[in-house]
Design a protein around this ligand. Structure first.
Ligand SMILES: [Mg+2]
Length: 283
């Protein structure tokens, strides 16, 4: 439930208070550090403890482009996970597979093999990650250059591979800034994944969403309280109402727990870009 407390004179942003029912979050770059190898992408012990503590009072959901086998052991505190951008959802013991991927997709397998062959010839540190179902079938893949020395150069070299995937009818999710791109067999969105996960988990109150890239923008738009996580090296255009530095997230979670999940506007910095947009729109 969202409670609008009051609107101070001259302030176009109402002070907002809300009892938080659930925290939904991206994983990669939001809960775990951005510039590490895939196998080293874990949540820090302090952040894990805070999320475990929060999970005793509110529901925790993870929305990620990583697959279920990668993510599930890394987020033991989560009540629900939308993996592979929502193509596979787990809530408790239930796994819900998107109907569009029930049959194996030969186009994805072919594009994956082609991408792999071309990337193996690249001298810089670019990798291809398979995203599989629980049965080990290839669903989607990710081309990742976060460990490359020169991100711009790596992006330039991977662009023709991604263009070829699009030409073959696959759905490519990329950003001009983040050092990776995902290739899916069907159109996906973190906004759709958010809505499906919220329904499957039976969440009815206000939901916070945390994310750090442009791929999180559709989820920011359906969340009650949207919080963008900022990194020093990448500055994507986040459509969240609020922003936090990556390292400030622990302090925010701690304050939210201490406030018994009564979110207040002043707990966190507003996203200046969003505020400017709102001012422009209101004129
Ligand atoms: Mg991320």
């Amino acid at each position: 439930m969202l409670i609008i407390a009051c609107l101070p004179p001259g302030n176009i942003w109402p002070l907002k208070m809300a009892k938080v029912a659930a925290i939904f979050s991206d994983y990669d770059g939001t809960l775990s550090p951005l510039e590490v190898r895939r196998e080293d992408a874990f949540i820090s012990p302090r952040r894990r403890r805070l999320l475990a503590k929060a999970s005793k009072s509110v529901q925790i959901g993870i929305i990620t482009t990583k697959d279920l086998s990668f993510i599930k052991d890394r987020v033991p505190f989560a009540d629900g996970i939308a993996a592979t951008c929502g193509l596979e959802i787990q809530v408790g013991d239930r796994i819900i597979i998107d109907e569009r991927i029930r049959l194996p997709n030969k186009k994805v397998e072919k594009a994956y093999q082609e991408a792999l062959a071309r990337i193996l010839q690249m001298p810089d540190n670019v990798s291809v990650e398979r995203k599989e179902t629980e049965n080990g079938e290839l669903v989607a893949f990710c081309i990742d250059w976060r460990l490359a020395r020169d991100w711009a150069e790596a992006q330039r070299k991977t662009a023709p591979i991604l263009a070829s995937c699009t030409e073959q009818g696959l759905y490519v999710v990329e950003s001009g800034i983040s050092p990776f791109a995902n290739v899916f067999p069907v159109e996906v969105s973190k906004g759709d994944a958010f809505v499906r996960l919220r329904n499957e988990m039976g969440v009815t109150g206000s939901v916070i969403y945390l994310g750090d890239s442009e791929a999180d923008n559709p989820a920011f738009q359906v969340a009650d309280i949207s919080i963008g996580i900022k990194h020093r090296r990448t500055v994507p255009e986040l459509l969240s109402k609020y922003v936090l530095e990556y390292l400030e997230l622990d302090g925010f979670l701690s304050n939210l727990i201490d406030a018994d999940f009564e979110f207040r506007d002043e707990m966190i910095e507003r996203n200046t870009r969003q505020e400017l947009d709102r001012r422009t729109a209101s004129k």
